[in-house]
Design a protein around this ligand. Structure first.
Ligand code: BDP
Length: 728
C-alpha cells in the first residue's frame, strides 16, 4: 500500500519512485537522484527548469547534455528545457541559468563579469547572479568552454549535495595546471596493481568500437577537474607507438576532447630499437633523436592535442639513458624536444633505485636527481612519488620536494590501493594525500609545503602537475570496492583545490553517493575518516614500512629475507634482539641529511620526531620509552591491536546502516568490511608473532592475544592475486 502511494505521488511529480536500475555504482557521484524534499526541489527547479547554454561546439554540447541528464534525474523527465542561444530564445519567462563565454553570450559580456574572469585562465569560471542581485538568473561564465564545463559540474555538485550553490559569487580556477590519472593498464587488458577487473580500454575493438564507458569516464573525470589521462602502464609496451595503436589512441582522444581531457602515453625508452631495429636508443644519437621527433609528429598528426609522454626509465628493469652513459636529463630533454613544438610535455619519473647501489633505497632518487637540477627543458616535469620508498600506508614526504628549485616537480599519488588493502579494504585516502601536500619542506623557507612546491607558488615555474595512479577497471562500479570511488573523487578535488579538507571532500562524496539522510552521512563519514589510520595501525604502525607479501603485495610478510635485498622486508624493519627500525640518522644511512636542517634536527631525535614516523628513521630498543609511557614493544602491540579493533568498529558501525542504505550496496560493503576485519587480524597476528621472536617479550595483557600460526601464515600463497607482476 505504502509503495503504491509513493508510486502514485512519484507519477504525479514525474519522478521515478525508485531508481530504474539498481544502485550498482556505475553512476558514481553523478547519480542525479530524484530530489524529493519539496524545498530543495523548488530550489533546484528554479535553476534547472529553463536554461540557456550559449554557443555551439562539442564542449557546449556536452554541457547541455549533462544538464539535461541532471535535470531529468533530479526533477523528472520533461521538466527541463535547455536551449542553445541567447536569452530571448527562452520562453516563457526568464531562464534560471545562463551559461556562456563573453564571446558567445551578451549577458556575460558586461564589464563586471569580464573583470571577474581576468586571471582565471582557460579552465577557471565565475558563477554568480546576474548583476549580483538575488533574483536574477544564475550565470556561469568562463573564458573558454571548458571553464563552463567545470562551472556546470560545480553547480550540479552543489545542487545534488546541498540543493543550491552555497557560495555566490564565486571565482574558481585550478591549483595545478595538469591533473592526470596514470593508468597502469597493459595492452592485453591486465592492469598492474589493478583491483577492479581488467582495463577499461578495449584495445582490440578500438578504434571501430567506442565503448559507452569511455564517455562516462570522461564525464566523471571532468566533473572533478581531472584534465588528462595517461592510458598505458609505466612499465611500457612500445607497441602503443605503432600506427595501429595510434589510431586507437586517437579514437579515445576524440571521446575525451569535449570534456577537456588530453591523452598521454608512456614511452618505452628502447622503442626505436624494438619497433624499427635501430641499434641504439642513446638519447644523444642523431638517428634516435630524429626517430622520436618523427614519432611525435606522427602522433600529433593523429591527435593534435596529444599531451605528451610519461617515462619510467632505468628503474626496475626498464630501459633508459643510463645504459648509454647518459643522464636522466639527456633522456628527458631528448623526448621533450620531440614534443615541444606541439605543446607537449614530458613527465620523467623519479622512482629510481637499484639493488647494485649500496645506498639506502630511500636516498637514491635524491642522489640521482638533485645534481641535475636546472638541466631539464621547460616542458619537462620530474614526477616524484609522495614518499621516498613506495606508496606505503604512511611515508614521510619525499626529500626531493623543495630540493630542486630549478626544476618543475610533480607529485605522484597512488589511488589504487596496492599497499592499503587492495580490493578488499575501505581506506579513504584523502587524509594520506593531504598529509603529503601539507608537509612543510622548509625549503627554501618555512611554509614551503609540498603543495606549494608542486603548484609552483614557492618555486615560480608554471608547469604544475598532480598525478594519481588510477584505481579504475572494468568492474561495473569502476573501482571494485565501492569506497574506492571516493579516492578517485578526492584525488580530482584536491587537484583542483589542494586546500580542501578531507572531511569536506568526504561529506560531498557521501551526499552525492548515498544521499542526505543525516544518520547515513554522519556514520559513513566517521568510518571513512577513521579508515586510513586504521590501516596504518594494523599494517605498519610507528613508521614501519614495506613488510607486505612478495610481488603481489597482498597481506603481511615481515619474514621475507630472500631475493633482491631492497625488495625484502628485513631490509626495512631491521628487527633483531636489540630492537627494531631503520636507522636513517647520521649513525645510520643518514637519509635525514636530504631534508632541510630544521627537519633533520627534529626527526634525528627520537624524542622530537612525530611517533608516527619513528621507526622509519630510528632503530630503537624494544624497551625504548614512548610518549604513552609504554615500552616500544608494548606500544607496537597496542597499535596493531587498536588497528584491528578499529577495523571491527568500522564493520559494526556499517551494520547500523541496515535499511538506511539500499540493500545492494549495504550487503556488498558489509561483506568487504568483514573481510577487512579478518585481514586486519591476520596482519596483527602475523606481524606481532613474527616480531616477538626478536623482542622476546610477552604480549601485553591489554591486547587481544594474537592468534594464528606463524608457520601457516608464512606458507600462504596467492599465485593469482590481482594486479600481480607475473615476470617478477
Ligand atoms: C611499485 C609497483 C610496481 C610499479 C612501480 C612503479 O609495485 O608494480 O611498477 O611501483 O611505480 O609500487 O613504477
Amino acid at each position: 500500500m505504502k509503495r503504491a502511494i509513493i508510486h502514485l505521488l512519484a507519477t504525479l511529480l514525474m519522478i521515478p519512485a525508485w531508481p530504474v536500475h539498481a544502485e550498482d555504482g556505475y553512476d558514481l557521484w553523478l547519480r542525479y537522484a530524484p530530489v524529493t524534499d519539496q524545498t530543495r526541489r523548488e530550489a533546484v527547479g528554479r535553476i534547472l527548469r529553463e536554461v540557456v547554454v550559449a554557443g555551439g561546439g562539442p564542449t557546449m554540447e556536452a554541457i547541455r547534455e549533462e544538464l539535461q541528464r541532471a535535470g531529468q534525474g533530479m526533477l523528472g523527465a520533461g521538466l527541463v528545457h535547455i536551449v542553445q542561444g541567447e536569452i530571448e530564445d527562452v520562453s516563457p519567462g526568464k531562464p534560471g541559468l545562463v551559461i556562456g563565454t563573453p564571446g558567445q553570450c551578451e549577458l556575460v559580456n558586461g564589464k563586471a563579469i569580464r573583470e571577474a574572469l581576468e586571471g582565471l585562465g582557460k579552465e577557471g569560471y565565475y558563477m554568480g547572479r546576474e548583476g549580483n542581485g538575488r533574483h536574477g538568473p544564475l550565470v556561469i561564465a568562463a573564458n573558454e568552454p571548458v571553464g563552463l564545463l567545470y562551472g556546470t559540474f560545480h553547480l550540479l555538485r552543489e545542487l545534488q549535495a546541498h540543493g543550491e550553490p552555497r557560495e555566490l559569487p564565486l571565482r574558481a580556477s585550478p591549483d595545478f595546471k595538469y591533473r592526470l590519472l596514470n593508468h597502469w593498464d597493459n595492452l592485453d587488458r591486465t592492469v598492474e596493481r589493478g583491483y577492479a577487473g581488467f582495463s577499461i580500454w578495449d584495445w582490440h575493438r578500438l578504434p571501430g568500437y567506442i565503448h559507452p564507458r569511455y564517455r562516462d569516464y570522461a564525464r566523471a573525470n571532468a566533473s572533478v577537474g581531472i584534465n588528462g589521462s595517461v592510458v598505458t602502464n609505466v612499465n611500457a609496451n612500445a607497441l602503443v607507438l605503432t600506427p595501429a595503436y595510434i589510431e586507437k589512441v586517437a579514437a579515445l582522444a576524440g571521446v575525451f576532447r569535449p570534456y577537456g581531457i588530453r591523452i598521454y602515453l608512456t614511452a618505452r625508452f628502447s622503442a626505436p630499437m624494438e619497433l624499427d631495429g635501430l641499434d641504439t636508443a642513446d638519447p644523444l644519437d642523431p638517428g634516435v633523436r630524429s626517430w622520436w621527433k618523427e614519432k611525435a609528429d606522427e602522433i600529433y598528426a593523429a591527435i593534435p592535442d596529444f599531451g605528451g609522454f610519461l617515462v619510467k626509465a632505468n628503474s626496475e628493469g626498464q630501459p633508459g639513458p643510463q645504459q648509454y652513459g647518459r643522464s636522466h636529463a639527456d633522456g628527458a630533454n631528448m623526448l621533450a624536444g620531440a614534443v615541444a613544438s606541439h605543446g607537449g610535455i614530458v613527465m620523467w619519473r623519479a622512482f629510481v633505485y637499484s639493488a647494485d647501489i649500496q645506498v639506502d633505497r630511500a636516498k637514491q632518487a635524491y642522489d640521482e636527481f638533485v645534481p641535475l637540477d636546472g638541466q631539464f627543458r621547460e616542458n619537462v616535469v620530474i614526477q616524484v612519488k609522495n614518499g621516498a620508498i613506495d606508496f606505503q600506508p604512511r611515508e614521510p614526504f619525499h626529500p626531493l620536494f623543495g630540493s630542486m628549485p630549478g626544476t618543475a616537480l610533480a607529485l605522484e599519488l597512488q589511488i589504487t590501493q596496492e599497499y592499503l588493502g587492495q580490493g578488499t579494504s575501505l581506506a579513504y585516502l584523502a587524509p594520506l594525500f593531504k598529509e603529503c601536500l601539507d608537509s612543510d619542506t622548509y625549503k627554501p623557507v618555512p611554509g614551503s609545503t609540498v603543495a606549494r612546491v608542486v603548484d609552483g607558488s614557492s618555486g615560480g615555474h608554471d608547469l604544475s602537475l598532480l598525478a594519481g595512479v588510477s584505481n579504475i577497471g572494468n568492474d561495473r562500479n569502476w573501482t571494485g570496492h565501492p569506497f574506492g570511488q571516493a579516492n578517485w573523487y578526492a584525488f580530482g578535488r584536491l587537484g583542483w583545490d589542494h586546500g580542501l579538507a578531507p572531511e569536506e571532500i568526504a561529506d560531498e562524496w557521501i551526499r552525492l553517493t548515498f544521499g542526505h539522510d543525516p544518520g547515513v552521512t554522519g556514520t559513513v563519514k566517521e568510518i571513512m575518516l577513521a579508515s586510513r589510520e586504521a590501516v596504518v595501525e594494523y599494517m605498519t604502525p610507528l613508521g614501519l614500512h614495506h613488510i607486505m607479501g612478495w610481488n603481489h603485495h597482498y597481506g603481511p610478510a615481515p619474514w621475507i629475507d630472500q631475493g633482491r635485498p631492497d625488495w625484502t622486508s628485513v631490509y626495512y624493519h631491521r628487527a633483531d634482539t636489540a630492537g627494531i627500525g631503520f636507522d636513517r640518522t647520521v649513525s645510520g644511512s643518514n637519509a635525514l641529511e636530504q631534508y632541510a636542517p630544521e627537519i633533520n634536527r627534529m626527526w634525528s631525535d627520537p624524542e622530537t620526531i612525530p611517533e608516527k614516523c619513528l621507526l622509519w628513521f630510528h632503530h630503537l630498543s624494544w624497551d625504548h620509552r614512548m610518549k604513552s609511557g609504554n615500552t616500544l614493544w608494548d606500544e607496537l602491540c597496542a597499535r596493531y591491536d587498536r588497528g584491528v579493533k578499529k577495523a571491527r568498529w568500522m564493520r559494526d558501525r556499517w551494520k547500523g546502516l541496515e535499511g538506511a542504505v539500499d540493500h545492494e550496496r549495504y550487503t556488498g560493503v558489509l561483506s568487504l568490511l568483514e573481510i577487512q576485519a579478518e585481514e586486519a587480524a591476520w596482519w596483527r597476528n602475523a606481524c606481532l608473532r613474527y616480531f616477538q621472536q626478536y623482542s622476546r617479550r610477552p604480549f601485553p595483557a591489554s591486547i587481544e592475544p594474537p592468534g594464528g600460526d606463524l608457520e601457516e601464515y608464512r606458507n600462504l600463497r596467492f599465485p593469482y592475486a590481482p594486479g600481480i607482476r607475473p615476470e617478477w
